[in-house]
Design a protein around this ligand. Structure first.
Ligand code: 3YE
Length: 206
């Protein structure tokens, strides 16, 4: 069974949603936050999921913090790492050491990478946005795409309304789908490309 190490900085709603849906039988083995007060910690505990906090100490290097994260995770059994609003850029060392790591980004990459995706979408005036589940590689938001989900943009949207729709209609569909594909052993990550057995693109097959 696929076990997930979930990394989040805030609410981690995708992680909780994935644990609830158990796509392909996958479940959270642990949730790790880099912020002491991250709401995901209590929510995960309520679900019976173990939690860990590894804050970055002042002056601590990126590598040193990551080493502590990996050390803490090494006490758990997992075969997939899922980022959900984890506000850290991961180093090449992490990417190489950890099992396959997925992230969900709130736009249809490669359009609108970066921190302010919804603002960029509204400024650009596009009528369709969405989300992208991709494999984490050294370059942020540039790893191979596993799956995407399109979401409409409405005239009267602001960043909050758009963010809420992309989460509920995009991320809550695409992230569990990607995890299920992994759980079913259908995803092959090799040389910077992802192939999904049986997937012709779009929504085929569920
Ligand atoms: N790391 C790599 N590749 C990826 N992290 C994420 C996706 C992704 C990744 O595709 N290598 C904001 C993080 C950006 C930021 O600049 N954070 C600072 C620290 C801020 C803090 O600690 O409060 C930093 O230096 O990391 C997940 C999304 C990353 C978003």
């Amino acid at each position: 069974m696929t076990k997930i190490a979930g990394l989040a900085s805030n609410r981690g709603r995708n992680l909780l949603h994935i644990d609830e849906r158990a796509p392909g039988g996958a479940e959270l083995a642990v949730v790790l936050a880099n912020e002491e007060g991250a709401p995901v910690l209590d929510a995960a505990s309520e679900r019976g999921v173990p939690t860990e906090v590894v804050e970055r100490d002042a002056e601590e290097s990126r590598e040193a913090h990551e080493r502590r994260v990996l050390e803490r995770l090494s006490g758990y059994d997992f075969d997939l790492v899922c980022l959900d609003g984890y506000m850290r850029i991961l180093t090449e060392a992490f990417v190489e050491e950890a099992p396959t790591t997925l992230n969900v980004h709130p736009s249809l990459l490669p359009s609108f990478p970066g921190m302010d995706a919804h603002e960029q979408v509204l400024d650009a005036g596009v009528r369709t946005t969405g989300c992208t589940v991709h494999v984490v590689t050294e370059e942020v938001d540039a790893g191979p795409i596993v799956t995407q989900e399109a979401v409409p943009v409405y005239e009267d949207d602001d960043e909050d309304s758009l963010k809420a729709r992309v989460l509920r209609e995009g991320e809550f569909t695409a992230y569990p789908r990607a995890v299920r594909w992994f759980a079913e052993g259908r995803v092959d990550v090799e040389d910077g490309t992802v192939t999904v057995d049986g997937d012709r693109g779009g929504d085929f097959p569920e």
